[in-house]
Design a protein around this ligand. Structure first.
Ligand SMILES: [Fe+2]
Ligand SMILES: [Fe+2]
Length: 208
């Protein structure tokens, strides 16, 4: 993570962990991001692609989505459900969509045709790298046992996904370290934009 994104991210964590309503929205956003990841995988992967690694990856992501939503509701109450408005969903969708679009274009340039399997591998690899930074930092801010246990379980799963995907990267034609850096830098910019829009949304809600 570059220094500026790191700074934005730490101040974002300061803000969400200091407020119950923002913390609730952050957990719902994470839950929604996990759901989008799951949905994109289901769309991208054909029946023939479903092997043991894919099966574990799919079931883990939908479980993460459910567990994070449960955590939000148990810790901060179901009455806040309506505060997770369409705008928050749009921010999460846009984050994923931009990365997906960039990777889809890269795969088409490199392979000469669309390839949903390569897109799945590459997008997941890039997003898992982010997950393995986001969840451990968030975990370090938590003090209570139920939340820590859940986030720790997610970290264990994400680290397994990342290892699985790292092993698959040689299957993607044209992918090398330089390409990885360029795509990670692109994702970093998308993540900054995600944080900025989330904060703008929090502040608008508070001002209302
Ligand atoms: Fe996940
Ligand atoms: Fe994952």
């Amino acid at each position: 993570m570059n220094a500026l994104v790191q700074q934005d991210w730490q101040s974002f964590l300061d803000e969400v962990t200091a407020s119950e309503s923002k913390h609730y929205l952050w957990l719902r956003s994470l839950s929604y991001l996990e759901y989008i990841g799951y949905r994109k995988m289901v769309k991208a992967l054909g029946y023939d692609n479903v092997n043991k690694g894919v099966y574990h990856h799919l079931t883990d992501e939908i479980q993460h989505s459910y567990m994070l939503r449960e955590l939000a509701e148990k810790n901060f109450g179901r009455q806040k459900a309506e505060s997770f408005s369409q705008e928050y969903q749009d921010i999460a969708e846009d984050y994923f969509q931009k990365i997906d679009g960039e990777i889809d274009a890269w795969v088409q340039r490199t392979s000469g045709a669309e390839n949903p399997l390569y897109c799945y591998l590459l997008t997941s690899f890039i997003v898992e790298k982010r997950a393995m930074s986001v969840y451990p930092h968030y975990y370090s801010r938590l003090s209570e046992a139920p939340s820590k246990v859940i986030i720790q379980k997610i970290i264990k799963d994400e680290s397994e996904h990342l290892s699985y995907l790292e092993g698959k990267m040689p299957l993607v034609p044209g992918f090398n370290e330089g390409q990885a850096d360029a795509l990670l830098a692109f994702e970093s910019a998308c993540f900054s934009e995600y944080l900025r829009r989330m904060q703008a949304c929090f502040h608008r809600a508070c001002a209302a």
